[in-house]
Design a protein around this ligand. Structure first.
Ligand SMILES: [Fe+2]
Length: 222
């Protein structure tokens, strides 16, 4: 497959693979996420990021560190683990076009449950520590992924089962900024659930403003 938006420097940096997971695969993951109950962390907040940009996020999170911490949560989430494996395999197979993805390995898995119809997560770029690709599978509900590219907003509706691949540092060999500016907007359903996988080139460090359910970097050393 030719990933035009990822491989060309002038591309948007986002490729959406429609129907990556079928309805039965996402339904069982949604059920597992729904069973997390009090584990969900309330991440609704507004803050200024490093660039001084105001970030609005209207979502709950459940996040697992995969390279450290208590891994017993995974036993409760077998279908989620299966979808994670399928996504990681897909990314690794993309190494035919992007050699840097050959050993790409998710360091974290997180669910995001958005509940604001207007803004789920305002415009931002993912942190530089996340390398290769950021992979997001839409699980339940509908929204728009808005890419701000060359000053213009490009709106992509995202449906359950779609895989969104966002370019991250190291994917292609360049010093230019290749991370897409993106936002989650316009929920068309009461809530919207997604599963995100990210590789991390500083896995032992805390991520500012981001909490894991199974690992506290303040208490855990390498
Ligand atoms: Fe993001």
């Amino acid at each position: 497959m030719y990933y035009r938006e990822l491989i060309n420097l002038s591309g948007t940096g986002v490729e959406i693979i429609p129907c990556f997971a079928d309805p039965s695969e996402v339904a069982v993951v949604a059920k597992e996420a729904g069973g997390l109950g009090k584990e969900w962390l309330d991440a609704h907040e507004t803050y200024q990021n490093k660039r001084g940009l105001e970030i609005v996020q209207n979502h709950f999170t459940f996040a697992l560190k995969l390279s450290r911490g208590d891994q017993s949560f995974l036993d409760r989430l077998p279908n989620t683990v299966a979808l994670k494996e399928k996504t990681q395999d897909y990314v690794n197979e993309m190494s035919a076009e992007f050699p840097s993805l050959e050993n790409w390995e998710a360091d974290e898995l997180s669910f995001h449950l958005y509940d604001d119809q207007e803004v789920g997560l305002s415009r931002h770029r993912d942190n530089l520590r996340f390398i290769g690709l950021v992979a997001i599978v839409a699980i339940e509900g509908e929204c728009d992924l808005v890419i701000t590219h060359k000053g213009q907003d490009m709106i992509s509706p995202v449906l359950p089962g779609d895989l969104c691949l966002l370019r991250a540092p190291g994917l292609i060999d360049t010093d230019e900024e290749i991370r897409p500016e993106h936002s989650v907007q316009n929920l068309k359903t009461e809530t919207r659930l997604s599963m995100m996988l990210r590789a991390n080139d500083r896995p032992a460090e805390a991520i500012p403003g981001f909490k894991f359910n199974n690992w506290d970097p303040g208490q855990t050393s390498d």
